[in-house]
Design a binder for this molecule. Sequence first.
Ligand code: CAA
Length: 258
Amino acid sequence: SDLVENVLVERRGRVTLVTLNRPEALNALNLATMTEVVAAVRAADADPGVGAVVLTGSAKAFAAGADIKEMASQDHLQMYRADWFRGWEDLTRVRIPVIAAVSGYALGGGCELAMMCDLIIAAENAKFGQPEINLGVIPGMGGSQRLTRAVGKAKAMDLVLTGRMIDAAEAERSGLVSRVVPTESLLEEALAVAETIASKSKPVAMMAKEAVNTAFETGLAQGVVFERRLFHSLFGTPDQMEGMAAFQEKRPAEFNQG
Ligand code: CAA
């Protein structure tokens, strides 16, 4: 395992576990943390032996937002010139699946970071919210866009305008999170999901992720054609032959995971 400064990076089988590690600030996301998280996830993406990433925080906080103390004294031109938060977008460009395992607070940029991942697994104690309005700002890491796509206008307006927190049950009802698990087994469950994903064909999992993400970025007709073309292209891969042969021979498939 490798402690950078604000994140801990560990390898667990075919999964890279990235743990936000600023407990004194409830994992508030300063720019140094952004750089380290993005570098760790990109390194995992580039590693042929890794098939999925789990991004997590502490029991008390996944992340309590962007670092307010770091932002407070910035002026408009400083924010604009630095293109503040732009670096987080690189996380959404990685090709292997990234799972957010959320315990405790996922507020503001913490909720937005979780939404940049491909799926969110929540502990029963998780709390999600976009409280920026209470600071005199609005979400700045994609919250108004990704939350609206994830949960629809009604819930997104409610959260972004009131700044209230929702618990794990409401987050699951709303479609924000994939699963809710007991708090004490969050990491175990998230790593098991990641290992399951990593046991599939890696290129096929990458295409599956690309296909689902395309639903957020294109219209239906275009997305359906994109999916169908990807589907056709899989018939040029050994994993399609292996997967379909294994089914007919009633044995487990042995996929290319590199
Ligand atoms: N930035 C910087 N420091 C933070 C922080 C943040 N977002 N959240 C918590 N901290 C710090 C606190 O200042 C405190 O530090 P000190 O001990 O030096 O005072 C430490 O973490 C522990 O926090 P609390 O004492 O406040 O812990 P609590 O249990 O009483 O409360 C909480 C927990 C309700 C999450 C509270 O910390 C809180 O409201 N945090 C801010 C949440 C927030 O507004 N997030 C949005 C940030 S703006 C944003 O994210 C913009 C964007 O769209 C990207």
